[in-house]
Design a protein around this ligand. Structure first.
Ligand code: HEM
Length: 139
């Protein structure tokens, strides 16, 4: 039995062009941000930005349009950064919300925000676990 499901983004008008605008607009803000800029620019050299942006377009295309284009390991990438704190995530989410609020119609913006919040939560859990900051199941 084959199920045909419409991708969540397609249902609210997300397109590849919109994803491109969001990704480029967002990382422009991020790179100039006093709290996040130094972290990103420290991890991603000038020449690596175009491939990073292309990867982030693939990521959002996979998440919202289910294209399966993204190949990567977000958890490992963020654990590797080393000193990510809740304040960094709060700032990331604030700038992301601002970006999609400007560039997307409200239903598409709401979907981007909902997914970014879910993924941010799971990244923070993974980071905390990698630092041994979570209680173990067996106590
Ligand atoms: C505190 C907030 C965040 C910071 C400072 C941050 C920073 C970074 C940096 C520096 C990289 C490049 C790592 C590398 O190439 O080694 C990266 C990769 C990435 N980030 Fe984030 N990030 C944050 C939050 C998020 C969130 C909330 C998402 C998803 C909604 C996200 C999705 C990704 C993805 C998909 C990659 C590519 C991973 C890969 O190469 O496999 N990030 N991030």
């Amino acid at each position: 039995m084959t199920e045909h499901r419409i991708a969540p983004g397609a249902a609210v008008g997300v397109t590849e062009e919109m994803i491109h605008e969001v990704v480029h607009g967002f990382y422009d803000k991020v790179r100039g941000d006093p709290a996040l800029g130094p972290i990103f620019n420290g991890a991603i050299g000038e020449a690596e930005w175009p491939p990073h942006l292309a990867k982030m377009c693939d990521f959002w295309s996979s998440v919202l349009l289910m294209t399966g284009r993204f190949k990567g390991s977000p958890m490992a990438a963020h654990v590797r950064i080393g000193d990510l704190r809740p304040t960094h995530f709060a700032r990331w989410l604030h700038l992301f919300r601002q970006t999609v609020g400007t560039l997307c119609p409200p239903p598409a913006a709401a979907l981007f925000v909902a997914r970014s919040e879910m993924i941010a939560r799971s990244l923070q859990l993974g980071i905390a676990a990698s630092r041994g900051e979570l209680p173990s199941a067996t106590g």
